[in-house]
Design a protein around this ligand. Sequence first.
Ligand code: SAH
Length: 370
Amino acid sequence: MGAAGLTRTVDYYPWRPDVISLYDPTRDELAALLDGEPSYRLDQLWSGLYEKRSTPEELTNLPKALRARLSEALPLSLTPVTESVSDDGQTVKWLWKLHDGASIETVLMHYPDRSTVCVSTQAGCAMACGFCATGQAGFERNLTVGEIVEQVVRASRVAAGGDTPRRVSNIVFMGMGEPLANVERVWGSVERIHADLGLSARHLTISTVGIVPGIRRLATESLPVNLAVSLHAANDELRDELVPINRRYPLADLYAACEAYLSEKNRRISFEWALIDGVNDRPSDARELAMAARSLRAHINLIPLNATPGWPTKGTPPDRVAAFRDSLESLGANATVRANRGNEIDAACGQLRANHEISVSAPRRRPLPH
Ligand code: SAH
């Protein structure tokens, strides 16, 4: 992929400031750019970009002059700053610079049965959860549809090009940002990833801190994506502290929205729970969580808290993580301990912060703050 033009903004659509990436224009908008060309060129271009995941200059079925014109008009929007590899090559994290200098991260994870891309939906995040590195760094801006889709395309190209080529099958909207605080563009990217990149909606998961109107909005859409709710506390007092947006959307409202999603979609919801030593791993936490999960038939994913620079409390040690899971099971709830990926490259849950000074290419571990 040539680096030329990577950071240019597209000015061919001045009426739509949301067109930043090659993957932003709709089919109709691309058609406008192909004005004067035979009509089959649109199909060639669209399938080249989405099915083949090619750049315009790689589309040798197009005339050379047209390829040059398209590459100039439609640059990619993500410039790689670093690529970090861990877990024996099974986890890859990219730090990208965007056209306006903002930065985001994307993570590709290979498993025996699937390859998953974790995409960012915002540069930074405004939700201010204290234990999350993205939240600690604050909010910059929303990403566009194309900036989200392009993360999937760029990761897919790398997955397909390795020694053992892999096809990306799953997308989790669990990178930087709060997807439901950017719901229109996130949903636009879901539709594009489903219809044009060809991934099944059942393999797409939107994770939210609990933005109630966003969950209700998703419940009205026809594509049955998975919903993950980052719960972390099942009583309002503790949740107000850990997840500040809970003060606006308290648990009763959140559970009601989850109920609505469940009855509309009939898709199993999952609750994410980062286990924090002595904070949300007590017997009373297990009881409250099990009760909520049972009544919504939700699956619980336990994540031992990962280290971040701005949060002093440690994750629950492994033996007590297992005991917490066992007590949830004995209370009749389903829970799994999530395998942690990318920890030594700061690519694990809650560790994405897109800070150039601390993002490094070589694996390393950051000490826990005292
Ligand atoms: N804003 C959305 C999407 C981010 S997903 C959301 O909150 O769901 C990132 C996941 O990692 C969330 O479940 C989040 O709560 C969790 N997380 C954040 N900080 C973490 C940390 N330090 N250790 C483990 N998980 C963390």
